[in-house]
Design a protein around this ligand. Structure first.
Ligand SMILES: [Zn+2]
Ligand SMILES: [Zn+2]
Length: 355
């Protein structure tokens, strides 16, 4: 470190900017033995306890409501009305064609949407610091720091993502700022402390320091000391697995993922079990796949707080029509009859979004 410093200036010549070290100087670690285990390898560590066993057995379920479920019939009138209100909301679909086309066939289907949500909490600790502003220091002299998972915090409502940072109790230490060596300011690198710089024909004020010759230390914000402490970062995350049965039709999967459906089944607990006996085998398979995937990806690095699996039914109607010698198809999807047009007659594009 360049210590080219005259005492009357009281500043150091430092040209680098503030940074946030993950690991404090070795002497800090020596004074905080209880945190050695957090800092193996000098990288932030993640700790989580094993998932709790729910001690709950799977109940046999009755799927008769699914087998009996019927959506109201979509009539030609309903199909045409839905198309008309769709084309009226789009500037490049003339509504004349929608009013005149001849509906040839309506095929109504019921799709099944399976969703698995896994809400988890992960905890990470890292060393950090902030300028020390003379508040009381909660250091190791007040006791040993609690282990990361013993720190009690308020959990947000289930399935609502959030990130929060907390100062770990009794982990604080005050040290002289390592960037300015406790001076709070350092010599301006633009003018080497003179406050003035030579230009082509004259000498002018240094723009880096506005003529002061020195700058406030960006690391300690001029406070000369830093408060080092262990920061606990908690991330609550909601992972989603989704599967829609029978969407090999031309209606895009992303529309069916947003479509409004009717809830048929909901299962929520700390851990949910795969559905094995649903009448549609691909839904049972999706449930097993989703739960296996989430236990491999989520449970391996976070604590699972809650899981929720749902099965919804979504109506989908395929409408075949004839218009001026040509045939075409459009779809009504969801309980609110949203429209997806595959190939609309007489469409002209003005650059608007087509769907
Ligand atoms: Zn300067
Ligand atoms: Zn400083």
């Amino acid at each position: 470190m360049d210590r080219d410093l005259s005492e009357d200036e009281g500043v150091l010549d430092l040209s680098f900017e503030a940074e946030s070290p993950l690991v404090p100087p070795a002497e800090l670690l020596e004074r905080l033995p209880s945190y050695d285990w957090l800092l193996q390898g000098g990288r932030p560590q993640i700790f989580f306890p094993p998932a709790e066993s729910p001690g709950r057995s799977q109940q046999p379920r009755s799927w008769s409501s699914f087998l009996e479920h019927r959506f109201p019939m979509v009539t030609e009138e309903v199909a045409r009305e839905a198309l008309l209100s769709f084309v009226n909301s789009k500037c490049c679909y003339p509504s004349a064609a929608a009013g005149d086309l001849i509906i040839q066939e309506l095929t109504q289907r019921t799709l099944c949407r399976y969703r698995l949500e896994t809400f988890s909490e992960s905890r990470i600790s890292e060393w950090t610091f902030e300028p020390f502003t003379n508040h009381s220091v909660d250091g190791p002299q007040r006791g040993a720091s609690p282990r990361l998972w013993d720190i009690k915090v308020k959990v947000p409502p289930m399935f609502q993502e959030d990130t929060k940072k907390f100062q770990v109790p009794h982990s604080s230490l005050v040290k002289e700022c390592h960037k300015c060596h406790g001076h709070g300011r350092y010599k301006c690198s633009g003018c080497h402390g003179a406050g003035m710089v030579s230009r082509l024909w004259a000498v002018g004020e240094c723009s880096t320091c506005s003529g002061r010759g020195n700058k406030t230390c960006a690391t300690c914000k001029g406070e000369k000391k830093l408060l080092h402490f262990v920061q606990l970062i908690i991330v609550w995350k909601n992972r989603l697995f989704e599967f829609v049965s029978g969407h090999q039709l031309s209606c895009p999967g992303e529309l069916l993922s947003k479509a409004k459906g009717e809830k048929l089944f909901k299962d929520e607990d700390v851990v949910v079990y795969p559905i094995t006996d649903f009448p549609l085998r691909e839904i049972s398979a999706a449930s097993q796949r989703g739960i296996t995937e989430h236990s491999a990806t989520v449970a391996s690095h976070a604590r699972v707080l809650q899981q929720r699996q749902t099965i919804e039914v979504i109506p989908l109607t395929e409408v075949h029509y004839w218009y001026q010698g040509k045939t075409g198809v459009y779809y009504l999807y969801g309980t609110d009859h949203q429209v997806h047009v595959v190939d609309y007659p007489e469409r002209y594009c003005c650059g608007c979004a087509l769907i």
